[in-house]
Write a protein that binds this ligand. Structure first.
Ligand code: SF4
Length: 202
């Protein structure tokens, strides 16, 4: 069943606004361009901490470049509430262990589902340990990413770790298009592949 996660998010934002609440949100981010629209959209309603955890990225120099770009964007973007930053460890062996046997999968297949789950699980753990009100990810902004699967993983992690998952589909409402505009505006480095060695080869 296809659920409209954007509508879900809009209802929640309306509720929070009516109550005058600004909850904390741990926002897993894959890169600065994908986070640009999400930060522009959500920073009026949440106190956001970006969580950059992406052991899937190959090679390491690319991982570092995306991390630096993420920090630069946080410093320069206009936001009502201050945006914090946490970087997870770069542990590519964790990615290779979940991708084992799935190396030949096309982008958008089973390897990607495991890759979403790996990064979201780490976000759920950090959110739980640091008592965030919500956690979510920028991943759904990409037209190549399966928002249903991402939200389903988020819901399972909520049940396991007790931190509410912020249901979302950031590609809706022209989110992806806006992220391209913002990338130009902030002169962001936009990579031409998702992240791992397997999709880089494709
Ligand atoms: S294509 Fe992207 S989402 Fe899929 S496994 Fe590679 S890095 Fe992860």
């Amino acid at each position: 069943m296809n659920i409209n996660y954007q509508k879900h998010l809009e209802r929640l934002i309306q509720e929070l606004t009516q109550k005058g609440q600004t909850p904390s949100l741990l926002l897993h981010s894959c890169c600065a361009p994908c986070s640009s629209y999400v930060l522009e959209y959500l920073s009026d309603y949440f106190n956001i901490t970006i969580f950059y955890y992406n052991p899937n990225i190959y090679p390491e120099v690319e991982y570092i470049r995306r991390a630096l770009e993420q920090k630069t964007l946080i410093k320069s973007i206009t936001a009502k509430n201050k945006i914090e930053f946490i970087e997870g460890g770069y542990d590519p062996e964790r990615f290779y262990s979940i991708a084992a046997g799935l190396e030949q999968e096309k982008e958008g297949g089973e390897r990607c589902f495991k890759c979403y789950a790996l990064r979201l699980k780490e976000a759920a753990i950090i959110a739980s340990e640091n008592k965030f009100n919500y956690f979510t990810t920028t991943l759904s902004i990409s037209p190549h990413k399966n928002a249903n699967k991402i939200n389903q993983i988020g819901e399972e992690l909520y049940e396991k770790y007790g931190v509410k998952y912020l249901f979302s589909d950031f590609k809706k409402k022209n989110g992806y298009k806006r992220s391209i505009e913002l990338s130009k505006e902030y002169n962001l480095y936009r990579q031409d592949y998702c992240g791992c060695i397997f999709c880089k080869k494709d």
